[in-house]
Ligand binder design. Structure first.
Ligand SMILES: [Mg+2]
Length: 229
């Protein structure tokens, strides 16, 4: 693998910095607002249903999440939700957009080691402005040659990224916390991929099966990649 790799792409949320715990915290606040209508776990399920229904319209990110919370609140309450509650839902979303950036362990040290040796890239989903804010506040921006904020992480999205980078798949290593979004499409294209699990994963990104592939690495933390390069 070592000889092949020219570019290393990093997923951002829950790979470089904390993200999903913030969303789960927001969801808990949302469920607490509606607990008089139905039990909290049912509210979570209803919200997830709404998110999956609208994913093709909104894509990933906080703004779509807010619209899904409002739609779910309307449905659960049979359109009787007080407008003050809608205000509170909007506030939950605005709060999410202003969370501090907490880098995950080993991130800065790993990037410091890799800089100058590889072309370093961020490949992330989410709202453009929000991801730009997070990157800026992370202090990591200067490590990266290219930032790709993707509407999705399907094979075709990565093909576009590779074309843009003028990089062959076999020269790319992608690192991320989601097997479904960060690993499988890259392996399918003939690239290399390293999975760095995070302790919480959004239901939509969960992947149950054990993965075995010649170009695949299972890592415990991001700095373990240095042993393979
Ligand atoms: Mg991620």
């Amino acid at each position: 693998m070592k000889a092949n790799i020219k570019a290393i792409a990093f997923d951002a949320d829950d790979t470089l910095w904390v993200n999903e715990p913030y969303f789960q915290e927001a969801e808990k606040q949302f469920c607490a607002l509606l607990e008089n209508y139905i039990p909290q776990h049912s509210i979570s399920q209803e919200l997830f249903k709404t998110e999956m229904k609208n994913l093709h319209l909104y894509g990933y990110g906080v703004k779509g999440f807010v619209l899904c919370m409002i739609e779910t609140a309307n449905r659960i309450s049979s359109h009787t939700i007080p407008l003050e509650v809608i205000d509170k839902i909007i506030a939950i979303g605005q709060d999410l957009l202003q969370k501090p950036i907490k880098l995950l362990q080993g991130v800065s040290e790993t990037l410091e080691q890799l800089k100058g040796k590889y072309q370093l890239i961020v490949a992330t989903k989410g709202d453009l402005l929000d991801q730009e804010r997070k990157l800026k506040n992370s202090g990591l921006e200067s490590y990266f040659h290219h930032i790709e904020i993707m509407s999705d992480k399907q094979i075709s999205d990565y093909q576009k990224l590779l074309q843009h980078l003028d990089c062959n798949p076999e020269n790319l290593l992608m690192l991320g916390n989601s097997i479904k979004s960060d690993i499988l499409p890259i392996l399918e294209l003939g690239g290399y991929a390293g999975h760095i699990p995070y302790h919480v994963t959004w239901t939509h990104e969960q992947h149950e099966h054990q993965l075995k592939h010649d170009n695949f690495l299972e890592l415990k933390s991001i700095d373990e990649i240095l042993n393979y390069l």
